[in-house]
Every structure is written in structure tokens, then in C-alpha cells.
Ligand binder design. Structure first.
Ligand code: NAD
Length: 271
């Protein structure tokens, strides 16, 4: 498209405060965007930015025709109401897929921006040739950004879904009994090595969403990254398993680019 003289897609990110993980995520998004030839811009604001100031930024990006999609990196400082900010984003530019309009469309199976992590997992299963039709998928974790949309997406009547889904959470009883029934197990708990070998049946497909930074002076970076699954002991039982790092995290990043590409196409067509 750029060869034809059309401008490249433009993804913007808004970062408030100094949260180290958020800074890393935004830096990755910037690098990924540039890597595929998108224009990338990052709007950085200090921790003491007011809700009103942030709403003004959102409004500015909503109305900038050169910006196809943008994300407001979460979590936001405590004095800012996240829901208010998400609600203010133009759903047509909401490439994170967090706006209630886009969540509603996702639930109904209408075309929309799917939340990046479950979208990445669905793509990963599809591209790895994992059969989902009629399979029992157990999702552990019910967050709005991972567990809940994952459960909905995999249960839909679609060729890369049609699973029977069980959604487990912190109040689930007999968790291991349920996870042992999973053909596909998605772990999004936020607890390091929570899923152990006794919780997984032979031949299962295991998707590890967790990201944990563990201090390690012997590592040149001073830390290593690991997941919610005890990979070393679970992997030998599995048909397939995602590593951490290098699994779901990468797919999440790809999904944001795909959503931006969709926003760009819609925007360019509408101009
Ligand atoms: P969260 O931290 O908001 O919620 C955790 C969920 O786990 C809750 O719904 C809770 O009910 C459930 N849970 C907690 N303890 C449990 C227990 N003992 N038994 C069963 N369920 C339990 O979740 P999140 O934001 O989805 O994040 C989960 C993990 O995934 C974190 O490690 C996070 O860093 C990581 N993450 C990774 C990516 C990625 O791109 N790879 C994206 C988002 C989040």
C-alpha cells in the first residue's frame, strides 16, 4: 500500500507514570510497529497526570485522522478511573479491544478488535493445527483481558473454536480434577508455576499466559522470565505446550499489529 503512495498504518500508545513493566510493554509495541513499517508514536505523561488531562489526550487521538489505532497502557495510576478512560476511546480506534462496544461485538461474534492475548492464543492454536472442535478447553483465570474473553471466543460456533469451555477462578473447587479433563488448558492465573504435572492429562495442549520476572544474579539481565506452568515437568506429558518467554507474549504483540492493520484499512477506506 505504501508503494502506491498510501501512508503506512499508525499505532499510538499512551503511557502514564513509571511502571517498569508498562514501560517495557510500550517499548516492545514501538519496536514491533517500526519493525513492520508502521508509524509509531508514544505519548508519555507523568504519574500525577489528572484524569481530565488524560481524557483530553484520548479525545485528541480520537480526532487525529493520521492515527489509526491507539492503546492506553494499563494499569493507570490509582487516581484515574480506568473504565472512564476506556469508555472515552473511539471504538473504531480501540485496537486493544477493551471498549464495551468491542467487548459486546466479541461476545456476539461480530467483526471487531479482539483482545490481543486471547486473539493471539486463538491464532496460535489454529496455526499449530490444534483441533478445537468439540474439545474440552479449561481456562484458569477470569480477567477481563485474558480469561473471560478467551472462554467466550473458544466457545463460539466458529471453525477455530467450538470448544466446550470450563472457566475456573479463585473460588473454583476441586480445580485439579477439572484441569485434568482438559484437552486444551489455558493458564492465566498470575501465579508462578501454579500448574503442575498432576493437573494435566497425558496428551493435553497447554497454553501458558503467565509472565513472571524472577531475580537471578547468575543471569546477565539479573532476572529470568517464567510462566504460570511448571514447564519442565508438564511439557513431557503434553501434545503441545507454549514456552515462556517466546509463546503467548509474542502472539499478543502480533495481535495488536493485526488489529492496527484492520483499523488502518477501515480508516483508509473511510477517508
Ligand atoms: P489477573 O491477575 O487479573 O487475574 C488472575 C485470575 O486468576 C483471576 O481471575 C483469579 O480468579 C484467578 N486465580 C487466582 N488464584 C487462583 C487460584 N488459586 N485458582 C484458580 N484461579 C485463580 O489475570 P491476568 O491479567 O489475566 O494475568 C494473568 C497472568 O498472565 C499474569 O501473570 C500476567 O502477567 C500474564 N499476562 C500475560 C500476557 C501475555 O501477553 N503473555 C497478557 C496479559 C497477562
Amino acid at each position: 500500500m505504501t508503494d502506491k503512495g498510501v501512508r503506512p498504518p499508525h499505532l499510538a500508545a499512551v503511557l502514564v507514570g513509571e511502571d517498569p513493566a508498562s514501560k517495557t510493554y510500550v517499548a516492545s509495541k514501538e519496536k514491533d510497529s517500526r519493525g513492520v513499517g508502521f508509524t509509531s508514536s508514544v505519548y508519555r505523561y507523568p504519574e500525577n497526570t489528572t484524569e481530565k488531562e488524560l481524557l483530553d489526550v484520548v479525545n485528541f487521538l480520537n480526532n487525529d485522522p493520521e492515527v489509526d489505532g491507539f492503546i492506553v497502557q494499563l494499569p493507570l495510576p490509582k487516581h484515574i478511573d480506568e473504565n472512564k478512560i476506556i469508555n472515552a476511546i473511539n471504538p473504531d480506534k480501540d485496537v486493544d479491544g477493551f471498549h464495551p462496544v468491542n467487548v459486546g461485538k466479541m461476545v456476539l461474534g461480530m467483526p471487531t478488535f479482539l483482545p490481543a492475548t486471547p486473539y493471539g492464543i486463538q491464532t496460535l492454536l489454529q496455526r499449530a493445527g490444534i483441533e478445537t472442535q468439540g474439545k474440552h478447553c479449561v481456562v484458569i483465570g477470569r480477567s477481563n483481558i485474558v480469561g473471560t474473553p478467551m472462554a467466550i471466543m473458544l466457545s463460539r460456533n466458529a471453525k477455530d473454536a467450538n470448544c466446550t469451555v470450563t472457566l475456573c477462578h479463585s473460588r473454583t473447587q476441586n480445580l485439579a480434577e477439572i484441569t485434568r479433563q482438559a484437552d486444551i488448558l489455558v493458564a492465566a492465573i498470575g501465579k508462578r508455576h501454579f500448574v503442575t504435572e498432576d493437573m494435566v492429562k497425558d496428551g493435553a495442549v497447554v497454553v501458558d499466559v503467565g509472565i513472571h520476572r524472577v531475580e537471578d544474579p547468575t543471569n546477565p539481565k539479573g532476572y529470568y522470565i517464567t510462566g504460570d506452568v511448571d514447564f519442565e515437568h508438564v511439557a513431557p506429558k503434553c501434545q503441545a505446550i507454549t514456552p515462556v518467554p517466546g509463546g503467548v507474549g509474542v502472539m499478543t504483540r502480533v495481535s495488536l499489529l493485526l488489529n492496527t492493520m484492520t483499523a488502518y484499512r477501515n480508516n483508509i477506506i473511510s477517508i
